[in-house]
Write a protein that binds this ligand. Structure first.
Ligand code: ZN
Length: 547
């Protein structure tokens, strides 16, 4: 059901306030304002899926965009360039902390507002859905006085929530905690938080160098994106600090491989790494309408193989008025690896990757698949939700011989729930992710890097054109252009090296969260745009403006 607003009676200021409060109350993580030729569509993302919220007529569109740009501190006279902003306010008793981003498109400016929700992290580490065994491992990890703890997963997998919860656990009076973040997502009492600002050269790496002189016990780095940050993080951890950070990888093993690919010294990494927490979010079964069902032969076999248990009954769902599609909220699935001496030795002695894999999965680590299936047995989520979510590939030898494409075919629910979803969610592909990735050919890393990049090749083409025209006309102005292009090219290459490593990893890129470029949290221009505004005070501003 689309929300309806009476635009004749309701001023735009109130419409915007109502959208922000309503989306926040419904537990949305993002609000999308998509301009179309005839109208503007507003969608909200709940539990990872975008759903239609309302349509705004063109007569209101411009005022609405302007209003949001005002309250988030953007320049309203600029509509041709992308902008970032933030909104911190208290509306109708709800504390809102929002990040806004504006992108000029063919049909006008597209806005996305990300709603930062602290409620999960403030409930504590215990409430994040760790299994008993995994929770104990995490406690062991944070009890080690120095070393690196990494939380891994795609954007939107709840990494920040886990990191903040660990920080709060470590946050005691006698501890000096310093963070470097981009953006700072949650203000924690008693913690020194630094916002990076690349415009003035305050990068993760430069901030970290200064932080080391501030006598910290615990350092939190928002994200390890480049080799330089990775190296400083490792060095900081072996000189007696607990370093906590996140990285974009799928599993413990991928994380070790990624760090080694970043050219972090093996022997240092080996001694630095304490533990890795990999995380994904599965949709949680709606408690109002979940029903028991008998497991079929395939499910029985998979439970037997993976959990060594005979499972006769699991839960399924039909959907009800409370949830619409059978799911409500999400639950985290974890793989927690405590790095033992054997793994450390393997890292420093450059053990072959397949041997390292064998070693990692022969420890008492619970894989994402195992943890997920345990949560199916406990009635937290469904069998197909876990199969859709988890990368099996070769990382999980315990289920390697299963063809998961068939798994989805076997379960009657998968057909049903996908049709339901297709109706509710316009952007989500109907093909389950599992089918795509089983068909995906895995290429060696080196090949991927050498592949032609569309941006770079268009530069090369343009350069050739310029070169030929400069020969023909012998004009000095094309020479200047050429130089400028060379510089621009270098700049882009440098940027790619530093910030866009994740672009090269097509596995990550396939993730549904990452295919939303506006969900990437790195583009916030820090500081300047944080505006503490009372939304009601701005009413006059907007109303008196000439459009
Ligand atoms: Zn329900």
């Amino acid at each position: 059901m689309l929300k309806k607003f009476d635009y004749d009676k309701m001023p735009v200021v109130e419409v915007v306030n109502e959208i922000l409060v309503d989306a926040s109350k419904r537990g949305a993580s993002d609000i999308h304002f998509d301009p179309h030729e005839e109208y503007m569509k507003i969608r909200i993302r709940i539990d990872g899926s975008l759903i239609d919220y309302t349509d705004v007529p063109n007569s209101i569109k411009k005022n609405l965009v302007t209003r949001i740009k005002i309250i988030s501190g953007m320049n309203i006279t600029e509509s041709r360039l992308p902008q970032d902003g933030a909104i911190k306010t208290n509306l109708k008793g709800i504390v809102l902390d929002l990040r806004a981003s504006c992108l000029p498109t063919l049909n006008g400016e597209k806005l996305v507002i990300r709603i930062l929700d602290y409620s999960m992290s403030s409930q504590g580490l215990e409430s994040l859905g760790f299994s008993k065994g995994n929770y104990e491992k995490v406690l062991k990890m944070i009890g080690v006085p120095n070393g690196i703890i990494l939380v891994t997963g795609a954007t939107g997998s709840g990494k920040s929530t886990t990191v903040y919860s660990i920080l709060q656990k470590l946050n005691r009076e006698e501890t000096n905690i310093i963070t470097v973040e981009d953006p700072i997502e949650m203000d924690i009492e008693g913690v020194n938080q630094v916002q990076t600002n690349s415009e003035i050269g305050l990068t993760f790496a430069t901030a970290l160098r200064s932080i080391l002189r501030q006598d910290p016990n615990v350092i939190m780095i928002g994200e390890i994106r480049d080799t330089e940050t990775a190296k400083i993080a490792v060095r900081a951890s072996i000189t007696g600090h607990i370093v906590l950070s996140t990285i974009h990888t799928n599993s413990s093993l991928n994380t070790i491989e990624r760090l080694l690919d970043m050219e972090v010294e093996r022997y240092l990494l080996a001694s630095a790494l304490t533990g890795i927490i990999s995380q994904k979010l599965a949709r949680r079964l709606c408690p109002h309408c979940k029903t028991k069902k008998k497991t079929n032969d395939y499910e029985k076999e998979l439970f037997k193989k993976v959990l060594h248990k005979d499972i006769e009954e699991i839960y399924t769902t039909e959907g009800c008025d409370e949830c619409r599609n059978g799911y409500k909220g999400r639950i985290a699935i974890h793989e927690v690896l405590l790095v033992n001496q054997e793994i450390k030795d393997a890292i420093s002695s450059n053990l072959r990757k397949d041997k390292l894999r064998e070693l990692v999965y022969s420890t008492d680590v619970t894989t994402l698949l195992q943890d997920g299936l345990e949560k199916v047995v406990e009635g937290e989520t469904t069998f197909e939700e876990i199969l859709k979510l988890i990368e099996l590939e070769n990382d999980d030898k315990k289920a390697g011989e299963f063809d998961l494409k068939d798994a989805l075919k076997f379960t009657s629910l998968s057909q049903h729930s996908q049709n339901e979803e297709a109706a509710a969610i316009s952007e989500q592909p109907i093909i389950p992710r599992r089918t795509q990735s089983t068909q995906k050919e895995i290429k060696p890393k080196s090949m991927k890097v050498e592949e032609k990049d569309p941006i770079m090749s268009s530069f090369e083409d343009f350069k050739k054109d310029l070169e030929s025209s400069s020969k023909a006309e012998d004009s000095s102005s094309s020479d200047d252009y050429l130089k400028e292009f060379e510089n621009l090219k270098k700049e882009i290459e440098a940027k790619k090296e530093n910030n866009f490593d994740w672009l090269k990893d097509d596995k990550l890129f396939n993730d549904k969260h990452l295919s939303d470029p506006e969900k990437k949290e790195t583009t916030m221009s820090p500081g300047k745009s944080i505006l503490h505004s009372s939304l009601n005070d701005d009413e006059d501003d907007l109303m008196n403006m000439d459009f």
